[in-house]
Design a protein around this ligand. Structure first.
Ligand code: NAP
Length: 313
């Protein structure tokens, strides 16, 4: 098979930690260039400060992976699609639902592949949870996503700016799992957003969910908190009306059923993302699921805003 020449845009934490090794490890792709506003690079690859400069110098690069923050991704992704490139975008796929809906339409009109990735879904434990919950009635959902923002997002000013998602930047990973495994659609019933007095985006949030046809006593909720010191928690617990409790821990890497471990596989999210991307490219098919973003947007729409103490990195 011909190797696809691919460029990474935005050489930040996730690009360096995950995209570069995943691409280098996949024979379907050849990492050919970097686009970096700082002209940063890896492995002596050519680095350009804009997409336009990349396309002018290396028209043979057919594929682009965007590892930039969500705000600003619309314009860049549109540019790449209109230039005839196939595109992968990090989560969250865009700053707004309108942007991602339009990007999917642009990709379709251009006959190009757009792959909006949700990395947490690429865990075997998530697929197993989905299989076990199919056709079940759910009595309880509890998402508990608590981490230390200083530890995981040091110096990332964009997360606190409009379009930066705040605590929903990691929280949307939980929602990408929930929308994948729940047997019926969820929507936001109510939300509370804790926003530091000196910031634009929430540092903590709580959401109550509803479904169209809940069993009496059904309790569906999520807590996201960026102020957690010590032990971190990325847990989703789902109880069925039939009496089974599924617990996904470590961000979807492990699954236990009624307390007994079922899957303890380490996570290979990014190699699997690039395997899926190669398949989508071979089939000429896009994959864009907006449901996790829709839940976040609805939490912002109905959320009660609580001003909390100023927060500095
Ligand atoms: P980051 O470390 O801040 O890197 C983002 C990079 O994008 C920057 O280094 C910069 O690279 C480029 N960039 C372009 N415009 C920018 C702007 N206006 N502000 C800041 N950077 C800009 O962020 P990250 O953690 O890699 O996250 C990037 C995306 O990946 C986000 O959507 C995030 O949700 C997602 N993600 C992150 C993680 C994680 O663990 N960090 C995990 C999964 C997904 P250049 O200077 O090279 O242009």
């Amino acid at each position: 098979m011909k190797r696809q020449l691919i460029a990474i845009v935005g050489l930040g934490k996730i690009a360096v930690d995950q995209h570069v090794p995943a691409i280098l490890g996949n024979p379907a792709f050849e990492l050919a260039a970097i686009v970096s506003q700082r002209r940063a690079t890896v492995a002596d690859l050519p680095s350009f400060d804009s997409l336009e400069a990349l396309f002018a110098a290396m028209p043979e690069v057919e594929v682009v992976a965007f590892c930039t923050p969500p705000a600003g991704r619309f314009e860049a992704t549109r540019t790449a699609l209109r230039a005839g490139r196939q595109v992968l975008i990090e989560k969250p796929p865009a700053a707004t639902l309108g942007e991602i809906t339009e990007l999917a339409a642009i990709a379709e009109r251009a006959g190009r592949v757009l792959f909006a990735t949700w990395h947490s879904r690429f865990n075997p434990a998530v697929a197993e949870a989905r299989r076990r919950l199919a056709g079940q009635r759910i009595s309880r959902l509890r998402v508990d996503w608590r981490e230390d923002v200083r530890r995981w997002h040091p110096g990332q000013a964009w997360i606190w700016q409009p379009g930066g998602f705040g605590v929903f930047d990691p929280g949307i990973n939980a929602l990408s799992i929930v929308t994948e495994i729940m047997p019926e659609p969820l929507f936001v019933a109510a939300a509370q957003l804790d926003v530091p007095a000196n910031r634009q985006t929430p540092i903590g949030a709580e959401i109550s969910f509803a479904t169209a046809d809940p069993a009496p006593g059904t309790d569906l909720s999520a807590v996201f908190d960026w102020r957690k010191q010590g032990e971190q928690s990325w847990t989703i617990e789902v109880a069925t009306a039939a009496g089974e409790t599924l617990t996904l821990t470590e961000g979807g890497a492990r699954l236990a059923v009624n307390g007994t471990p079922v899957i303890e596989a380490g996570s290979h999210e990014y190699p699997m993302i690039y395997e899926r991307f190669a398949t989508l490219l071979a089939e000429g098919r896009s994959e864009v699921d907006i449901r996790p973003l829709q839940l976040v947007a609805d939490a912002f729409l109905v959320g009660e805003r609580r001003a909390t103490a100023p927060f500095d990195d």
